[in-house]
Design a protein around this ligand. Structure first.
Ligand code: SF4
Length: 473
């Protein structure tokens, strides 16, 4: 035992995380849950007493990729056993939730299978595994909240930390598996979120990214009043947390962005001027088939209202091309929406069916070569917009949160308010600081900055003014 009564690490844990930031957050929490059992993280798979795959079901053939990874780990497990060392193999996350017993049938050497809602029971599952032979399966949607059963926060790794405030989704977009794998919408109480934010700041986080599958659905209870609090009000309260300089949130559902949240963008300087606002398509016909609850007019109006509140707001989005039934006219409407909004970043994908979702059974699937051509055209346009925004930053001074060493000696990498990666030559004692830098170079995906210049008040709005959207909307 150490001075705090915790068992000294004597076992090694190798975690491999797939997919979104929520999975990254979950992996950190699972690592924290296992620390009191003596597990310390290792990057070395061969050295691991426990291997944990935290899986994602969003990408095509996700389950098959997990099975093939399991086959590889099986060889490691067998090699270790030959040397008298056991390996616990755990499959967590959305593939585990969706596949359940099928994982144990196809990969009987797996020891534990559990979904995103039950990993707070991990210590108990490990104990059960040690008590009896046979694998442990736990993919229920439990009554109790996992957040009530976990350490208050995970160890902070760098000045930016994730904080899950909401889970699950009730929207049932026809292409998406999340409502089936993550369950119904759930919000953590305000006091719990605030306590975790304070703990993260005390451990050195300067920026917190609030996470939720549909973060705009946040409606956490305020224990003092018994009333529910929305995302805008939550951000307002967290902005006063000692030591926290920056707040962000993701992933947004446009139809649930309310006036209080828009006002938060106008009034709270700590809320960074960058928003990921997935639109998916610019065609009302396709949006309706996707069961999205916004149309293009709503989305464009929302963008205008947000930019009126925060003129320097940079927008990012998600796009799916080749959704079943998408015509060339529909696709042209997507391109038109992109031209009107001018995104500074975006993620775009070809539609691919997810088993069990309504869209997978729809007629009129778009041929692959057509999807390829549309994706190329869309990405070309998005790249032009992203590159133009980055180029517009040259000569500007931006406050940059320095996060980690760069690839070259003496180089650090940080984040601008707009989520751009910024490279600068600076000493490591500047890590974790927010420093005004002069942007000198711009590429498609990152910026370069001059060595540190004397601090002056952040000039975020300077960039904004050059990217103000009034013309196109
Ligand atoms: S809102 Fe997002 S998470 Fe929910 S079903 Fe739609 S795409 Fe999936």
């Amino acid at each position: 035992m150490n001075a705090r009564g915790l068992r000294e690490p004597r076992r090694k844990l190798h975690v491999k995380t797939y997919g979104c930031q929520m999975n990254v957050y979950d992996s950190e929490r699972m690592t924290a849950l296992l620390a009191p059992l003596g597990y310390a993280p290792t990057a070395d798979l061969d050295d691991a007493d426990m291997v944990l795959l935290n899986t994602c079901h969003i990408r095509e053939k996700a389950a098959e990729k997990v099975y093939s990874e399991l086959g590889r780990i099986r060889l490691v497990k067998e090699a270790r056993r030959a040397k008298g060392r056991d390996t616990i193999l755990a499959v967590a996350g959305c593939v585990a939730q969706a596949e359940g017993e099928e994982v144990l049938r196809r990969a009987p050497f797996v020891d534990m299978v559990f979904g995103p809602q039950t990993y707070h029971r991990l210590p108990e599952m490990v104990a059960r595994l040690h008590r009896r032979s046979g694998a442990v399966l736990d993919t229920a949607f439990p009554e109790e909240s996992k957040f009530d059963h976990m350490p208050r926060s995970s160890p902070v790794d760098g000045p930016t930390a994730f904080l899950t405030i909401q889970e699950g989704c009730d929207k049932f977009c026809t292409f998406c598996v999340v409502p089936y794998t993550r369950g119904a919408e759930f919000s953590r109480p305000v006091a719990q979120v605030a306590a975790e934010a304070r703990a993260l700041a005390q451990q050195g986080a300067r920026e917190v990214i609030l996470l939720g599958q549909n973060v705009n659905a946040y409606h956490g209870v305020d224990d003092e009043t018994g009333q529910e609090v929305g995302l805008g009000e939550l951000i307002r309260r967290l902005a006063g947390t000692d030591g926290l300089d920056r707040l962000r949130y993701t992933t947004s559902y446009p139809a649930e962005v309310d006036d209080a949240l828009i006002a938060a963008h106008a009034e709270i300087p700590a809320l960074m001027p960058f928003l990921h606002l997935p639109v998916q398509s610019g065609s009302d016909r396709v949006l309706s088939a996707m069961n999205r609850r916004h149309d293009r007019v709503f989305y464009l109006d929302l963008v205008e209202r947000l930019r009126r509140a925060r003129p320097d707001l940079g927008l990012s989005s998600d796009f799916i091309v080749g959704f079943p039934g998408e015509s060339d006219k529909d696709f042209q409407e997507t391109l038109d929406l992109v031209r009107r909004v001018e995104f500074i970043q975006a993620y775009s994908f070809k539609y691919s069916p997810r088993p069990g979702t309504p869209a997978a059974a729809m007629d009129l699937q778009v041929p692959e070569d057509e999807k390829d051509a549309r994706l190329t055209e869309l990405q070309d346009l998005l790249n032009v917009q992203q590159t133009a925004f980055n180029a517009a930053c040259i000569g500007r001074r931006l406050p940059v949160l320095l996060e980690r060493p760069g690839r070259h000696p003496g180089q650090l990498v940080g984040r601008s308010p707009y989520m751009q990666a910024v490279h600068v030559d600076a000493s490591e004692d500047k890590l974790g600081q927010i420093i005004d830098l002069e942007i000198t170079r711009a590429g498609a995906n990152s910026l370069g900055a001059r060595p540190l210049v004397p601090a002056r008040p952040p000039a975020v709005t300077e960039v904004a003014a050059r990217h103000a959207p009034e013309a196109s909307l």
